[in-house]
Write a new protein. Structure first.
Length: 385
C-alpha cells in the first residue's frame, strides 16, 4: 500500500477520496461504539465529565448488577459513549493497568455489523487476539463482541449490536441521576491519537494497513511538526468510509524532550494521547466548558495577528476566538477551528481536542507551531521539557 507524503501535494488537495478508496473493505466499520477509560474512581470521574464536558448519565454495572471485580459508569453525549471503569480489588487487569499508566484509555471500541468476521479478518492478518468472539445476552437481545490488541496496552473491541435493544450492553442497567448538567454541544469522535515509542510509528501504521485495511491519509515529518526545541512525526490512518481516523505519533530528535517523550515517560509506554471530539458550535462549546472549569492550553496573542492572511475570511468573530483561545486553519476543502485541553488528570498524559470542521478535512497543520509552543510552555512549568 502506497503512502502519501504531505510535501508532495499543495496544501491538502491531493485527491482525498482516492485515499479513502485505498482502504480495503474486508473490515467495514460503522463508527466508534464507545471509548473505555480505566480510572481510579469511576464515580468521581463520571461527575467530572458530566459537570465539565456535559455528558449525561446512561448506564451502570457494578456490585448491584452482580459484577464483583469492577464498577463502570457509561456516559453519553450525542454519538459519544464514554465508559469509566474502576477496579474493586487489587491485582486484577484494571488495577494493574492503573498502577502502571494512571487514568487512561484502555478500549477503543468499534461498531461493526459482524464481530466474528472482524475478529477472523484481523487475526488472520496478524493481529494479536485480546478475546475471541463472545455472545452476551439479556432480556433485550444479544451483543457479539471480540477484541484485538494494538499499541501498548490499548485494545480494540469489535461490537455487533444489530440484535440488541438494551440501554448499552447486557449486564448494564440504566444509570439514573438527578444531576445532569446540560450538554456542551459535543457530537462525535473525530479522531483518536496514539503515541508510540521511537521507531514504532511505521510498525503501527502498517499494522492498521495490514490487519484492518486502513489507508495512510497524510504523513507529517519532523519538519512539519517541530519548534526550536522539540519535534515529532505522525502518520494518520483512516478506514474506508473515513469515520475512523487514528494519527500515530512518535518522537523525533530535538534539543529537548518532546510532548510524545513526556507522555511515554509518565504513561510508561505507548497509549492514546488525546481524543478529538467534534462540535457544530465551538464558540458555545468552549464558552460552556471554560465556565465549568475545563483548562485549555494558552495560545499566544500574537498567533491571531497572522490568521486573516493565513486563513482568509471566516464566519466567526476573530476577537471572540482570541478571547477563548480557539485556533483556526484552512485547507483546500474549507477551514477548521480547534482547541486543546490541558491533561485531564495529574499525569501529563491524556487530553482532549475540541474541533469544528467548516469543510476542512485536515488536522490543523498551520496551528502546529503555536500549539507545540503552548505545550512546551506547560512542559517547562512541569519541569519536564
Amino acid at each position: 500500500m502506497q503512502t502519501s507524503n504531505l510535501k508532495d501535494v499543495t496544501n491538502y488537495n491531493y485527491g482525498i477520496e482516492k485515499i479513502f478508496e485505498k482502504a480495503e473493505d474486508f473490515l467495514p466499520i460503522n463508527g466508534t461504539d464507545y471509548v473505555e477509560l480505566y480510572v481510579g474512581n469511576a464515580k468521581q470521574a463520571a461527575h467530572y465529565y458530566k459537570t465539565a464536558f456535559g455528558f449525561q448519565s446512561l448506564a451502570y454495572c457494578g456490585l448491584e448488577t452482580g459484577v464483583k471485580d469492577r464498577t463502570s459508569y457509561v456516559l453519553v453525549q450525542d454519538k459519544i459513549r464514554l465508559v469509566l471503569t474502576t477496579p474493586m480489588h487489587p491485582g486484577n487487569e484494571v488495577s494493574q493497568h492503573l498502577a502502571k499508566h494512571g487514568d487512561g484509555v484502555k478500549v477503543i471500541a468499534l461498531w461493526v455489523d459482524d464481530a466474528r468476521k472482524a475478529f477472523e479478518e484481523t487475526t488472520s492478518r496478524g493481529a494479536e487476539a485480546y478475546f475471541e468472539p463472545v455472545i452476551e445476552r439479556d432480556e433485550y437481545g444479544e451483543v457479539v463482541r471480540s477484541g484485538i490488541r494494538t499499541y501498548g496496552d490499548t485494545v480494540h473491541i469489535f461490537v455487533e449490536r444489530k440484535n440488541y435493544n438494551g440501554i448499552f450492553l447486557p449486564g448494564y442497567i440504566p444509570y439514573t441521576s438527578e444531576y445532569n448538567p446540560v450538554p456542551t454541544g459535543l457530537k462525535y469522535i473525530d479522531h483518536m491519537v496514539g503515541n508510540v515509542e521511537l521507531g514504532q510509528m511505521n510498525k503501527w501504521s502498517e499494522f492498521y494497513a495490514k490487519t484492518m485495511g486502513f489507508a495512510n491519509l497524510v504523513t507529517f515529518d519532523d519538519k512539519d511538526i517541530s519548534t526550536q526545541y522539540t519535534a515529532l512525526m505522525s502518520k494518520v490512518m483512516t478506514n474506508g468510509n473515513g469515520r475512523i481516523k487514528f494519527p500515530i505519533n512518535e518522537p523525533a530528535a530535538g534539543l529537548k524532550k518532546s510532548q510524545v517523550e513526556e507522555y511515554l515517560d509518565f504513561y510508561h509506554g505507548a497509549g492514546c494521547q488525546h481524543i478529538a471530539v467534534a462540535t457544530d458550535d465551538i464558540v458555545f462549546t468552549i464558552s460552556e466548558m471554560r465556565k465549568r472549569g475545563v483548562e485549555f492550553l494558552h495560545v499566544p496573542g500574537t498567533y491571531y495577528d497572522t490568521v486573516p492572511n493565513r486563513v482568509g475570511q471566516i464566519a466567526e468573530d476573530l476577537e471572540i476566538l482570541k478571547s477563548l483561545g480557539i485556533m483556526v486553519d484552512r485547507d483546500e476543502e474549507g477551514y477548521l477551528l480547534q482547541i486543546f485541553t490541558k491533561p485531564v488528570e495529574d499525569r501529563p498524559t491524556l487530553f482532549f481536542e475540541i474541533i469544528q470542521r467548516k469543510g476542512a478535512r485536515s488536522f490543523g497543520k498551520g496551528n502546529f507551531q503555536a500549539l507545540f509552543e503552548s505545550i512546551e510552555a506547560e512542559q517547562a512549568r512541569r519541569g519536564t521539557l
